[in-house]
Ligand binder design. Sequence first.
Ligand SMILES: [Zn+2]
Length: 80
Amino acid sequence: MTTVLDHPYEEVLENASSKVKEGWTIFQKWTCQKCRSRCTAATPNHFTPLVVCTDCGTITDVRATGCNFMASILIGGEDV
Ligand SMILES: [Zn+2]
């Protein structure tokens, strides 16, 4: 697999924080280090270095493995 899905934690956190300030809602995403499941955090606008896999419950330290986020924004009250 050559696609890079995850980036250094500090970089992603900075990027996500500026998105939140612009009014976006963000959800942290990462790849479980054990089962390789692609996980998305349930809590919006929340970033943490230790994340728990939604499939197997394994804790991944994304400061070591990297992470990413998805973002959505409300425009005129409509989800886009
Ligand atoms: Zn897992």
